[in-house]
Design a protein around this ligand. Sequence first.
Ligand code: ATP
Ligand code: MG
Length: 174
Amino acid sequence: MQIRRLKLSGFKSFVEPAELRIEPGLTGVVGPNGCGKSNLLEAIRWVMGESSAKSMRGGGMEDVIFAGTTGRPPRDFAEVVLQGAAADGEELEVVRRIERGAGSAYRVNGRDVRAKDVALVFADAATGAHSPALVSQGRIAAVIAARPAERRQMLEEAAGIAGLHVRRKDAEQK
Ligand code: ATP
Ligand code: MG
């Protein structure tokens, strides 16, 4: 899929509504430590259905909601909108919103859907919250420090062939 636009509101450090256009080609995000670069990547992962608070660097799912700072009250919801083109070229808009005490809700192209449906939208190996294309800070060091077998598994995941061993074992047993 191709991401063209990202809108954030109340998500982590993006307290005020923010909109980012992503043009074709290479996009770089620069800024001082703590300005929210990693939060942007997490917003992409979150709107694609990330269900692990730990991989969002939080203790609970509501930790993505702006928690407040001195002089700025916390928000009671966070919302991320991802607009772009799906793998088949169709226009795609995915919205995820979380409210304190009410959990997450999703919309795909204006229709209320379940988390399961969002997972289907991003079911191809190249996208989704667990796509090997999303490399978090620290993961590069993990690749370097990994034992050869682990590193091989990471590379196979990145190449999209990780499932082949299972299928080969399956075939050998038949
Ligand atoms: P670095 O260059 O060090 O990697 P970065 O640009 O990636 O920094 P992030 O990790 O994206 O920075 O942003 C961290 C900031 O986001 C911290 O200041 C943290 O307080 C803030 N932050 C994270 N979650 C929330 C939240 N729920 N509410 C308010 N602020 C938050
Ligand atoms: Mg960072």
